[in-house]
Design a protein around this ligand. Structure first.
Ligand code: GLU
Length: 305
């Protein structure tokens, strides 16, 4: 069993549609790990992406999690209320303006010495005069620059319950996006998630293992902000029968769709069976039987229980 703590776990969905079996399974795991180790459990609505998020979707997600029997401590945090905190964090970090277009980044990143998927540092060491010129060029197109972290390391190691010590790349990642000057500039997920986990006292991050590679960047950022680095539990995803990540188009996969055909106890039973536990009908019963050491370490294939 992971260490007990008086800290907190959390579930942090993006409100862009109803939660499906894979999301529900990750939420359940986050709750089980938190409650099973004496932690508080918080919910955070990750609605920084204003184009794709909706308040209605957030409300439906919260209702679904409560229907499933997950309980939360404290108030629900909405990232759209947290912009001043992100602004404050920026003042505490070494940052520089980046004027690159996506195309420029793609082209520069294709150079042989650049680690794939990392920013090649094009704008890192520009002179004051070069910055002024690039800023002006962007302004002529009514655009503002992005802000990037001036990272002092190239990799960082996190501790993960399933993956052990995991070392991943840290580059000069974006903290605040650039874009049209007349539109709100988007905060980057990597910054928001770290500032909010710190704010909510989160010391245990349980989420899908598609996010494992972002953990070193986030833990490094936490370190720079003087926040404790959380312990991570990146859980295997639910896949469809073609080996792709489960999505809503895969059929009746949302809680509401599943409830049209089966009682809640049966759906909880299916979620539990996907975790290798049989014969339970509620989240509370599942918690009594929960033993992380016995959890499957392979992705779960939708429809196989
Ligand atoms: N909001 C992210 C998602 O829905 C999860 C972020 C996280 O758990 O750190 O995929």
């Amino acid at each position: 069993m992971p260490e007990t703590s008086s800290g907190a776990g959390r579930y942090a969905p993006s409100p862009s549609g109803d939660l499906h079996f894979g999301n529900l399974r990750t939420a359940l795991l986050a709750w089980l790990f938190a409650r099973g180790t004496g932690r508080a459990f918080h919910l955070r609505v990750e609605d920084i992406d204003t184009q794709r998020s909706s308040a209605e979707s957030a409300q439906r997600q919260i209702e679904d999690l409560l229907t499933l029997g997950l309980d939360f401590d404290g108030c629900v945090v909405h990232q759209s209320d947290r912009f001043p905190a992100y602004e404050q964090a920026l003042t505490e970090l070494p940052v520089y303006e980046c004027y690159c277009s996506r195309r420029e980044i793609r082209e520069a990143a294709a150079a042989p010495h650049v680690t794939p998927g990392t920013y090649p540092g094009t704008c890192r060491d520009l002179t004051g005069a070069e910055r002024a010129r690039r800023r002006e060029e962007l302004a002529e197109e009514d655009r503002v620059p992005a802000l990037r972290l001036r990272a002092g390391v190239t990799e960082w190691t996190v501790q993960d319950y399933f993956h052990g010590p995991y070392t991943g790349t840290v580059d000069d990642f974006v903290l605040r996006r650039g874009g049209r000057a007349d539109q709100g500039r988007d905060w980057a997920y990597n910054l928001a998630v770290v500032v909010d986990d710190g704010h909510q006292g989160v010391d245990q991050v349980v989420r899908g293992d598609d996010l494992l590679s972002s953990a070193p960047r986030q833990a490094y950022l936490a370190h720079l902000l003087g926040l404790p680095e959380p312990g991570y539990v990146h859980v295997p995803l639910v896949l469809n029968d073609r080996g792709q990540r489960l999505a809503k188009r895969d059929g009746a996969v949302t809680l509401r769709e599943m409830l049209a055909d089966a009682p809640l106890a049966e759906i909880v039973g299916r979620l539990a069976a996907s975790l290798g536990i049989t014969g339970v009908r509620t989240a509370g019963e599942l918690l009594e039987h929960f033993n992380p050491a016995e959890l499957p370490r392979e992705p779960f294939v939708w429809g196989s229980v």
